[in-house]
Design a protein around this ligand. Structure first.
Ligand code: RET
Length: 233
């Protein structure tokens, strides 16, 4: 892999490791207090991502010369399939949405990533079919966040609702970039090379996990404790 690609994988790894240490310390400091589970989930999300970045750096979750053309980092899908449903779960809990609905949206998220993997492994033009299927799931997720989740959050108190909206908007803006990077990258139209793609994903991943986790865990524990319950307060 090129030195540029390697550098960005390092940035991803160090950033995620840093995030997991900060969130881990925060979770330990909030030990046994209601609302600490958000720090714990953020810890696990960044820990998992750090492990996947490490595995890509070491070449273990990488297909070199995929189809004789480019390097394919499948470790990132192993990251996303576990961590993106958890990011959605955080949002659903804060919204106070029904548990079954939250589980449904998490399942749609897994479907989105798995069909995205199929699109990545498939050659042209069938890859675009799977890309469109994955985008359909993505739109369904966004639909749920903007309707059911938002309506549920609106019923909660002003502070929780504001936190929900901040996280929801951050999530939507960042997540929208992923299918764009994919289609521009080697898996799609091949307009940008693997190094640029790796840089884009590293920046997006750090914002979507560490940045999102910071917004979440820097909220007062009082608000997080209320948000973690299903009470309509
Ligand atoms: C793919 C390609 C197929 C179409 C779509 C995609 C969406 C991916 C998303 C990923 C989000 C990742 C996050 C990672 C955090 O670290 C699989 C790229 C719709 C939305 C938030």
């Amino acid at each position: 892999m090129s030195s540029g690609t390697q550098l960005w994988l390092w940035i991803g790894f160090v950033g995620m490791a840093f995030g997991s240490i900060v969130f881990g310390l925060k979770a330990a400091a909030q030990h046994r207090k209601e609302g600490m589970e958000f720090a714990l989930v953020s810890f696990f999300i960044t820990l998992w991502a750090a492990a996947m970045y490490l595995s890509m750096l070491l070449g273990e979750t990488v297909l070199f010369n995929f189809k004789g053309q480019h390097t394919l980092f499948w470790g990132r899908y192993l990251d996303w399939v576990i961590t993106t449903p958890l990011l959605v779960m955080d949002l659903g809990i804060i919204a106070g949405a029904r548990p079954k609905l939250i589980a449904g949206v998490m399942a749609a998220d897994v479907f989105m990533i798995v069909t995205g993997v199929i699109a990545t492994l498939e050659g042209s033009p069938t890859n675009y079919l799977w890309y469109v299927i994955s985008c359909g799931a993505f739109l369904a997720i966004l639909g749920a966040l903007l309707t059911e989740f938002s309506v549920a959050a609106h019923r909660r108190n002003g502070k929780i609702n504001r936190l929900f909206q901040k996280l929801r908007n951050t999530l939507i803006v960042l997540w929208f970039c992923y299918p764009i990077v994919w289609i521009l990258g080697e898996e799609g139209l091949g307009i940008v090379n693997v190094a640029v793609e790796t840089a884009c994903y590293a920046i997006l991943d750090l914002c979507a996990k560490v940045g999102y986790g910071f917004i979440l865990t820097s909220t007062s524990l009082d608000v997080l404790a209320q948000a973690s319950g299903l009470r309509q307060d």
